[in-house]
Write a protein that binds this ligand. Structure first.
Ligand SMILES: Nc1nc2c(ncn2[C@@H]2O[C@H](COP(=O)(O)OP(=O)(O)OP(=O)(O)O)[C@@H](O)[C@H]2O)c(=O)[nH]1
Length: 394
Protein backbone atom coordinates (compact mmCIF):
# COMPACT_ATOMS: atom_id res chain seq x y z
CA UNK A 1 0.00 0.00 0.00
CA UNK A 2 1.16 3.54 -0.72
CA UNK A 3 2.03 5.56 2.36
CA UNK A 4 0.35 8.97 2.34
CA UNK A 5 1.89 11.97 4.03
CA UNK A 6 -0.57 12.72 6.89
CA UNK A 7 0.15 16.43 6.29
CA UNK A 8 -1.76 16.16 3.04
CA UNK A 9 -4.92 15.27 4.93
CA UNK A 10 -4.36 17.90 7.61
CA UNK A 11 -3.87 20.69 5.10
CA UNK A 12 -6.78 19.97 2.79
CA UNK A 13 -10.33 21.04 3.54
CA UNK A 14 -13.26 18.56 3.74
CA UNK A 15 -14.14 17.04 0.37
CA UNK A 16 -15.37 13.67 -0.94
CA UNK A 17 -11.73 12.87 -1.87
CA UNK A 18 -10.51 13.55 1.66
CA UNK A 19 -13.40 11.53 3.13
CA UNK A 20 -12.56 8.58 0.88
CA UNK A 21 -8.93 8.78 1.97
CA UNK A 22 -9.93 8.85 5.64
CA UNK A 23 -12.54 6.08 5.45
CA UNK A 24 -10.51 3.75 3.25
CA UNK A 25 -11.56 1.75 0.20
CA UNK A 26 -10.46 -1.81 0.78
CA UNK A 27 -13.50 -3.08 -1.17
CA UNK A 28 -12.30 -0.99 -4.08
CA UNK A 29 -15.41 1.15 -4.08
CA UNK A 30 -15.98 4.87 -3.57
CA UNK A 31 -19.28 6.73 -3.21
CA UNK A 32 -21.25 6.64 -6.50
CA UNK A 33 -20.27 10.20 -7.46
CA UNK A 34 -16.58 9.62 -6.79
CA UNK A 35 -16.72 6.19 -8.40
CA UNK A 36 -17.86 7.78 -11.64
CA UNK A 37 -14.96 10.24 -11.56
CA UNK A 38 -12.58 7.38 -10.77
CA UNK A 39 -13.84 5.36 -13.76
CA UNK A 40 -13.04 8.26 -16.04
CA UNK A 41 -9.59 8.59 -14.44
CA UNK A 42 -9.04 4.83 -14.79
CA UNK A 43 -9.91 4.85 -18.48
CA UNK A 44 -7.76 7.91 -19.16
CA UNK A 45 -4.69 6.71 -17.24
CA UNK A 46 -4.86 3.21 -18.73
CA UNK A 47 -5.60 4.21 -22.30
CA UNK A 48 -2.17 3.47 -23.73
CA UNK A 49 -1.96 0.15 -21.83
CA UNK A 50 -5.38 -0.77 -23.15
CA UNK A 51 -4.33 -0.04 -26.74
CA UNK A 52 -1.17 -2.07 -26.28
CA UNK A 53 -3.31 -4.91 -24.90
CA UNK A 54 -5.61 -4.75 -27.92
CA UNK A 55 -2.72 -4.72 -30.40
CA UNK A 56 -0.94 -7.50 -28.52
CA UNK A 57 -4.06 -9.71 -28.42
CA UNK A 58 -4.71 -9.26 -32.16
CA UNK A 59 -1.07 -10.05 -33.05
CA UNK A 60 -0.84 -13.09 -30.76
CA UNK A 61 -4.15 -14.59 -31.90
CA UNK A 62 -3.18 -14.02 -35.55
CA UNK A 63 0.02 -15.91 -34.77
CA UNK A 64 -1.98 -18.72 -33.16
CA UNK A 65 -4.06 -18.95 -36.32
CA UNK A 66 -0.85 -19.55 -38.29
CA UNK A 67 0.33 -22.13 -35.74
CA UNK A 68 -3.08 -23.89 -35.88
CA UNK A 69 -2.98 -23.99 -39.68
CA UNK A 70 0.54 -25.40 -39.81
CA UNK A 71 0.47 -27.85 -36.88
CA UNK A 72 -3.10 -29.06 -36.34
CA UNK A 73 -5.02 -31.59 -38.41
CA UNK A 74 -7.72 -29.99 -40.56
CA UNK A 75 -10.50 -31.55 -38.46
CA UNK A 76 -9.25 -29.45 -35.54
CA UNK A 77 -8.19 -26.17 -37.21
CA UNK A 78 -11.48 -26.04 -39.12
CA UNK A 79 -13.02 -25.35 -35.69
CA UNK A 80 -10.28 -23.45 -33.85
CA UNK A 81 -9.43 -20.93 -36.58
CA UNK A 82 -13.01 -19.55 -36.88
CA UNK A 83 -13.08 -19.03 -33.10
CA UNK A 84 -9.82 -17.08 -33.16
CA UNK A 85 -10.45 -15.27 -36.44
CA UNK A 86 -14.18 -14.75 -36.25
CA UNK A 87 -14.66 -14.05 -32.54
CA UNK A 88 -11.58 -13.05 -30.57
CA UNK A 89 -9.69 -10.92 -33.11
CA UNK A 90 -12.76 -8.89 -34.21
CA UNK A 91 -13.70 -8.26 -30.55
CA UNK A 92 -10.29 -6.72 -29.89
CA UNK A 93 -10.28 -4.88 -33.21
CA UNK A 94 -13.61 -3.24 -32.30
CA UNK A 95 -12.35 -2.38 -28.79
CA UNK A 96 -9.20 -0.84 -30.29
CA UNK A 97 -11.29 1.21 -32.71
CA UNK A 98 -13.59 2.34 -29.87
CA UNK A 99 -10.60 3.56 -27.87
CA UNK A 100 -10.03 6.21 -30.57
CA UNK A 101 -13.67 7.34 -30.66
CA UNK A 102 -14.29 10.06 -28.08
CA UNK A 103 -18.07 9.72 -28.22
CA UNK A 104 -17.95 5.99 -27.38
CA UNK A 105 -15.54 6.40 -24.44
CA UNK A 106 -18.27 5.70 -21.90
CA UNK A 107 -18.71 2.19 -23.33
CA UNK A 108 -15.04 1.34 -23.59
CA UNK A 109 -14.86 -0.59 -20.29
CA UNK A 110 -17.83 -2.70 -21.38
CA UNK A 111 -16.19 -3.40 -24.72
CA UNK A 112 -13.00 -4.53 -22.96
CA UNK A 113 -15.07 -6.71 -20.62
CA UNK A 114 -16.79 -8.32 -23.58
CA UNK A 115 -13.52 -8.87 -25.46
CA UNK A 116 -11.93 -10.40 -22.36
CA UNK A 117 -14.91 -12.69 -21.81
CA UNK A 118 -14.99 -13.77 -25.47
CA UNK A 119 -11.24 -14.43 -25.38
CA UNK A 120 -11.57 -16.60 -22.30
CA UNK A 121 -14.63 -18.51 -23.47
CA UNK A 122 -13.19 -18.76 -26.99
CA UNK A 123 -9.94 -20.22 -25.65
CA UNK A 124 -11.88 -22.73 -23.53
CA UNK A 125 -13.78 -23.56 -26.74
CA UNK A 126 -10.54 -24.06 -28.69
CA UNK A 127 -9.17 -26.43 -26.02
CA UNK A 128 -12.52 -28.27 -25.84
CA UNK A 129 -12.87 -28.63 -29.63
CA UNK A 130 -9.37 -30.11 -29.87
CA UNK A 131 -9.98 -32.38 -26.87
CA UNK A 132 -13.21 -33.69 -28.38
CA UNK A 133 -11.17 -34.71 -31.44
CA UNK A 134 -8.57 -36.50 -29.32
CA UNK A 135 -6.05 -33.78 -29.92
CA UNK A 136 -5.17 -32.28 -26.53
CA UNK A 137 -3.80 -28.75 -26.86
CA UNK A 138 -1.58 -27.26 -24.13
CA UNK A 139 -4.07 -25.97 -21.56
CA UNK A 140 -1.56 -23.27 -20.41
CA UNK A 141 -3.12 -20.94 -22.97
CA UNK A 142 -6.07 -20.39 -20.67
CA UNK A 143 -3.71 -19.54 -17.78
CA UNK A 144 -2.15 -16.84 -19.93
CA UNK A 145 -5.58 -15.49 -20.80
CA UNK A 146 -6.46 -15.24 -17.07
CA UNK A 147 -3.27 -13.30 -16.30
CA UNK A 148 -3.75 -11.12 -19.40
CA UNK A 149 -7.22 -10.17 -18.10
CA UNK A 150 -5.95 -9.38 -14.60
CA UNK A 151 -2.87 -7.38 -15.53
CA UNK A 152 -2.92 -6.06 -19.07
CA UNK A 153 -6.51 -5.69 -20.22
CA UNK A 154 -6.85 -2.53 -18.02
CA UNK A 155 -10.08 -3.71 -16.43
CA UNK A 156 -11.21 -2.69 -13.00
CA UNK A 157 -10.57 -5.39 -10.43
CA UNK A 158 -14.19 -6.42 -9.84
CA UNK A 159 -14.78 -6.77 -13.58
CA UNK A 160 -11.61 -8.80 -14.11
CA UNK A 161 -12.52 -11.04 -11.17
CA UNK A 162 -16.04 -11.69 -12.40
CA UNK A 163 -14.95 -12.41 -15.97
CA UNK A 164 -12.21 -14.77 -14.80
CA UNK A 165 -14.68 -16.56 -12.50
CA UNK A 166 -16.95 -17.18 -15.51
CA UNK A 167 -14.02 -18.41 -17.59
CA UNK A 168 -12.85 -20.69 -14.76
CA UNK A 169 -16.34 -22.15 -14.39
CA UNK A 170 -16.66 -22.78 -18.13
CA UNK A 171 -13.18 -24.38 -18.17
CA UNK A 172 -14.06 -26.73 -15.30
CA UNK A 173 -17.35 -27.70 -16.99
CA UNK A 174 -15.58 -28.32 -20.31
CA UNK A 175 -12.88 -30.43 -18.62
CA UNK A 176 -15.37 -32.51 -16.66
CA UNK A 177 -17.26 -33.21 -19.90
CA UNK A 178 -14.35 -33.85 -22.25
CA UNK A 179 -11.18 -34.63 -20.26
CA UNK A 180 -11.00 -38.40 -19.78
CA UNK A 181 -8.00 -38.30 -17.44
CA UNK A 182 -9.31 -37.34 -13.97
CA UNK A 183 -5.80 -36.71 -12.59
CA UNK A 184 -5.22 -34.19 -15.36
CA UNK A 185 -8.63 -32.68 -14.65
CA UNK A 186 -7.63 -32.12 -11.04
CA UNK A 187 -4.19 -30.83 -12.00
CA UNK A 188 -5.56 -28.35 -14.57
CA UNK A 189 -8.29 -27.15 -12.22
CA UNK A 190 -5.79 -26.58 -9.41
CA UNK A 191 -3.47 -24.59 -11.67
CA UNK A 192 -6.30 -22.47 -13.02
CA UNK A 193 -7.44 -21.70 -9.49
CA UNK A 194 -3.89 -20.82 -8.43
CA UNK A 195 -3.43 -18.53 -11.44
CA UNK A 196 -6.66 -16.78 -10.47
CA UNK A 197 -5.61 -16.33 -6.86
CA UNK A 198 -2.22 -14.91 -7.93
CA UNK A 199 -3.81 -12.67 -10.58
CA UNK A 200 -6.63 -11.43 -8.35
CA UNK A 201 -4.23 -10.62 -5.48
CA UNK A 202 -1.77 -8.79 -7.72
CA UNK A 203 -4.41 -6.80 -9.56
CA UNK A 204 -6.20 -5.94 -6.29
CA UNK A 205 -3.08 -4.17 -5.00
CA UNK A 206 -2.53 -2.50 -8.37
CA UNK A 207 -6.04 -1.06 -8.38
CA UNK A 208 -5.71 -0.03 -4.75
CA UNK A 209 -2.64 2.01 -5.73
CA UNK A 210 -4.45 3.50 -8.73
CA UNK A 211 -7.27 4.59 -6.41
CA UNK A 212 -4.77 6.12 -4.00
CA UNK A 213 -3.10 8.00 -6.87
CA UNK A 214 -6.52 9.26 -7.98
CA UNK A 215 -7.27 10.65 -4.49
CA UNK A 216 -3.79 12.09 -3.96
CA UNK A 217 -3.97 13.83 -7.36
CA UNK A 218 -7.28 15.42 -6.39
CA UNK A 219 -6.01 16.51 -2.97
CA UNK A 220 -2.81 17.97 -4.42
CA UNK A 221 -4.85 19.77 -7.04
CA UNK A 222 -7.00 21.24 -4.27
CA UNK A 223 -3.91 22.30 -2.30
CA UNK A 224 -2.44 23.98 -5.38
CA UNK A 225 -5.66 25.93 -6.00
CA UNK A 226 -6.62 27.01 -2.49
CA UNK A 227 -5.28 29.41 0.07
CA UNK A 228 -4.19 27.57 3.21
CA UNK A 229 -5.47 30.15 5.70
CA UNK A 230 -8.94 30.96 4.41
CA UNK A 231 -9.74 27.95 2.21
CA UNK A 232 -10.71 30.30 -0.63
CA UNK A 233 -9.27 29.89 -4.11
CA UNK A 234 -5.83 31.45 -4.44
CA UNK A 235 -4.80 34.13 -6.91
CA UNK A 236 -3.51 31.73 -9.56
CA UNK A 237 -6.70 29.65 -9.54
CA UNK A 238 -8.74 32.85 -9.65
CA UNK A 239 -6.86 34.17 -12.69
CA UNK A 240 -7.46 30.89 -14.51
CA UNK A 241 -11.15 30.99 -13.63
CA UNK A 242 -11.42 34.64 -14.65
CA UNK A 243 -9.96 33.92 -18.11
CA UNK A 244 -12.40 31.01 -18.53
CA UNK A 245 -15.38 33.06 -17.36
CA UNK A 246 -14.33 35.91 -19.64
CA UNK A 247 -14.32 33.59 -22.66
CA UNK A 248 -17.69 32.17 -21.67
CA UNK A 249 -19.13 35.66 -21.24
CA UNK A 250 -17.78 36.49 -24.71
CA UNK A 251 -19.46 33.46 -26.26
CA UNK A 252 -22.76 34.11 -24.50
CA UNK A 253 -22.57 37.90 -24.76
CA UNK A 254 -22.82 38.33 -21.00
CA UNK A 255 -21.05 40.63 -18.61
CA UNK A 256 -18.83 40.05 -15.59
CA UNK A 257 -18.74 42.00 -12.38
CA UNK A 258 -15.61 41.99 -10.28
CA UNK A 259 -15.31 43.28 -6.72
CA UNK A 260 -11.85 43.99 -5.35
CA UNK A 261 -12.08 44.01 -1.56
CA UNK A 262 -9.62 45.20 1.07
CA UNK A 263 -9.80 45.09 4.88
CA UNK A 264 -9.45 48.61 6.26
CA UNK A 265 -6.47 49.44 8.50
CA UNK A 266 -5.51 45.81 8.64
CA UNK A 267 -1.90 46.56 9.54
CA UNK A 268 -3.13 48.34 12.64
CA UNK A 269 -5.43 45.40 13.42
CA UNK A 270 -2.42 43.09 13.39
CA UNK A 271 -0.44 45.51 15.52
CA UNK A 272 -3.24 45.77 18.07
CA UNK A 273 -4.59 42.20 18.22
CA UNK A 274 -1.54 40.25 17.10
CA UNK A 275 -0.98 38.20 13.94
CA UNK A 276 -3.15 35.30 15.15
CA UNK A 277 -6.05 37.71 15.74
CA UNK A 278 -5.48 39.10 12.23
CA UNK A 279 -5.60 35.59 10.79
CA UNK A 280 -8.97 34.94 12.44
CA UNK A 281 -10.39 38.12 10.97
CA UNK A 282 -9.15 37.18 7.51
CA UNK A 283 -10.96 33.84 7.85
CA UNK A 284 -14.14 35.55 8.93
CA UNK A 285 -14.00 38.08 6.09
CA UNK A 286 -13.25 35.25 3.64
CA UNK A 287 -16.30 33.25 4.82
CA UNK A 288 -18.55 36.28 4.46
CA UNK A 289 -17.26 37.04 0.97
CA UNK A 290 -17.57 33.40 -0.06
CA UNK A 291 -21.24 33.37 0.94
CA UNK A 292 -21.80 36.05 -1.69
CA UNK A 293 -20.52 33.83 -4.51
CA UNK A 294 -23.79 31.99 -4.97
CA UNK A 295 -23.96 30.78 -8.57
CA UNK A 296 -21.83 28.04 -10.13
CA UNK A 297 -19.73 30.45 -12.19
CA UNK A 298 -19.21 32.95 -9.35
CA UNK A 299 -15.95 32.68 -7.48
CA UNK A 300 -14.37 34.26 -4.40
CA UNK A 301 -10.62 34.23 -3.90
CA UNK A 302 -7.88 35.60 -1.69
CA UNK A 303 -5.93 37.85 -4.00
CA UNK A 304 -3.10 38.85 -1.66
CA UNK A 305 -2.50 39.50 2.08
CA UNK A 306 -5.75 41.22 3.15
CA UNK A 307 -7.11 41.65 -0.35
CA UNK A 308 -9.94 39.54 -1.77
CA UNK A 309 -11.75 39.31 -5.09
CA UNK A 310 -15.26 38.25 -5.90
CA UNK A 311 -16.40 37.58 -9.44
CA UNK A 312 -20.07 37.49 -10.37
CA UNK A 313 -21.06 36.02 -13.71
CA UNK A 314 -23.70 38.14 -15.40
CA UNK A 315 -25.65 39.40 -12.36
CA UNK A 316 -29.12 40.82 -12.94
CA UNK A 317 -28.88 44.55 -13.70
CA UNK A 318 -31.35 45.54 -10.96
CA UNK A 319 -29.21 43.73 -8.32
CA UNK A 320 -25.99 45.23 -9.51
CA UNK A 321 -25.81 48.61 -7.74
CA UNK A 322 -26.57 46.99 -4.36
CA UNK A 323 -24.26 43.98 -4.51
CA UNK A 324 -21.14 45.71 -3.21
CA UNK A 325 -23.11 47.58 -0.57
CA UNK A 326 -24.65 44.34 0.73
CA UNK A 327 -21.22 42.81 1.10
CA UNK A 328 -19.76 45.87 2.82
CA UNK A 329 -22.72 45.85 5.17
CA UNK A 330 -22.41 42.12 5.88
CA UNK A 331 -19.00 42.82 7.47
CA UNK A 332 -19.97 46.10 9.12
CA UNK A 333 -23.01 44.66 10.93
CA UNK A 334 -20.84 42.08 12.64
CA UNK A 335 -19.31 45.07 14.50
CA UNK A 336 -16.04 43.31 15.26
CA UNK A 337 -14.01 45.57 17.53
CA UNK A 338 -11.08 47.26 15.75
CA UNK A 339 -9.45 49.74 18.04
CA UNK A 340 -6.99 50.79 15.33
CA UNK A 341 -9.81 52.09 13.12
CA UNK A 342 -11.50 55.47 13.54
CA UNK A 343 -14.87 53.68 13.34
CA UNK A 344 -13.97 51.36 16.20
CA UNK A 345 -15.05 48.24 14.31
CA UNK A 346 -13.88 46.17 11.38
CA UNK A 347 -14.78 47.43 7.90
CA UNK A 348 -13.92 46.71 4.30
CA UNK A 349 -13.60 48.86 1.19
CA UNK A 350 -14.71 47.67 -2.22
CA UNK A 351 -14.02 48.62 -5.80
CA UNK A 352 -16.63 47.12 -8.10
CA UNK A 353 -16.40 47.08 -11.88
CA UNK A 354 -18.57 45.65 -14.62
CA UNK A 355 -17.35 44.86 -18.12
CA UNK A 356 -18.64 42.87 -21.07
CA UNK A 357 -16.03 41.26 -23.32
CA UNK A 358 -15.73 42.87 -26.74
CA UNK A 359 -14.26 45.95 -28.42
CA UNK A 360 -10.72 44.90 -27.54
CA UNK A 361 -11.33 44.62 -23.78
CA UNK A 362 -9.56 41.90 -21.82
CA UNK A 363 -10.07 40.31 -18.41
CA UNK A 364 -7.08 42.38 -17.26
CA UNK A 365 -9.04 45.57 -18.02
CA UNK A 366 -11.76 44.36 -15.66
CA UNK A 367 -9.20 43.70 -12.93
CA UNK A 368 -7.61 47.12 -13.45
CA UNK A 369 -10.97 48.88 -13.32
CA UNK A 370 -11.92 47.16 -10.05
CA UNK A 371 -8.49 47.93 -8.59
CA UNK A 372 -8.80 51.63 -9.49
CA UNK A 373 -12.30 51.74 -7.99
CA UNK A 374 -10.92 50.21 -4.79
CA UNK A 375 -8.17 52.84 -4.70
CA UNK A 376 -10.82 55.54 -4.94
CA UNK A 377 -12.84 53.91 -2.14
CA UNK A 378 -9.74 53.99 0.08
CA UNK A 379 -8.98 57.59 -0.86
CA UNK A 380 -12.55 58.61 -0.12
CA UNK A 381 -12.22 57.45 3.50
CA UNK A 382 -12.64 53.61 3.46
CA UNK A 383 -15.69 51.57 4.55
CA UNK A 384 -17.35 52.28 1.23
CA UNK A 385 -18.05 50.95 -2.24
CA UNK A 386 -16.98 52.70 -5.43
CA UNK A 387 -18.58 51.32 -8.56
CA UNK A 388 -17.35 51.51 -12.13
CA UNK A 389 -20.33 50.37 -14.18
CA UNK A 390 -20.58 51.81 -17.70
CA UNK A 391 -23.60 54.12 -17.79
CA UNK A 392 -24.04 54.13 -14.03
CA UNK A 393 -23.68 57.36 -12.02
CA UNK A 394 -23.20 56.86 -8.30
N1 LIG B 1 -2.48 38.29 10.20
C1 LIG B 1 -2.14 38.33 8.92
N2 LIG B 1 -1.74 39.49 8.38
C2 LIG B 1 -1.41 39.55 7.10
C3 LIG B 1 -1.48 38.40 6.27
N3 LIG B 1 -1.11 38.76 5.03
C4 LIG B 1 -0.82 40.08 5.07
N4 LIG B 1 -1.00 40.57 6.29
C5 LIG B 1 -0.79 41.94 6.80
O1 LIG B 1 -1.72 42.82 6.20
C6 LIG B 1 -1.23 44.15 6.37
C7 LIG B 1 -1.61 44.97 5.15
O2 LIG B 1 -1.26 46.30 5.45
P1 LIG B 1 -1.44 47.49 4.44
O3 LIG B 1 -1.17 47.00 3.04
O4 LIG B 1 -0.61 48.65 4.94
O5 LIG B 1 -2.95 47.84 4.46
P2 LIG B 1 -3.91 48.37 5.64
O6 LIG B 1 -3.23 48.46 6.95
O7 LIG B 1 -5.14 47.51 5.58
O8 LIG B 1 -4.25 49.81 5.14
P3 LIG B 1 -5.39 50.22 4.17
O9 LIG B 1 -5.55 49.12 3.17
O10 LIG B 1 -4.93 51.49 3.54
O11 LIG B 1 -6.63 50.42 4.99
C8 LIG B 1 0.27 44.02 6.60
O12 LIG B 1 0.57 44.42 7.92
C9 LIG B 1 0.54 42.53 6.42
O13 LIG B 1 1.54 42.05 7.29
C10 LIG B 1 -1.89 37.17 6.87
O14 LIG B 1 -1.99 36.12 6.24
N5 LIG B 1 -2.22 37.20 8.19
Amino acid sequence: MLQIDPDLLDKTSPSPYRDAMLHGYRWLRFTPQLEQAFRQFHVDTHMSRLRWAGGMAITLFALFVLIDLTTLPSTVWERTVPIRLGLIIPAFAITLWLSYQQRWRAYLQWAVCLSALLTGLGTVGVIGVALARDYPLPYEGILLVALFIYFIASLQWWHALLINALILASFLIMESALQPDTTLQLYHGAFMLTANIVGATGSYFLEYSTRTTFLVNALLHELAEHDGLTGLYNRRAFNTHLERAWRQAQREQRSLVLAMIDVDYFKRYNDYYGHAGGDKVLQLVADTINRHARRPLDIAARYGGEEFVLLWFNPASQELPHMGEQLRNAIAVQALPHMGSELGHLTISLGLAQRAPGSGLTADDLLKAADEALYRAKQAGRNRVVVDIPGHTP
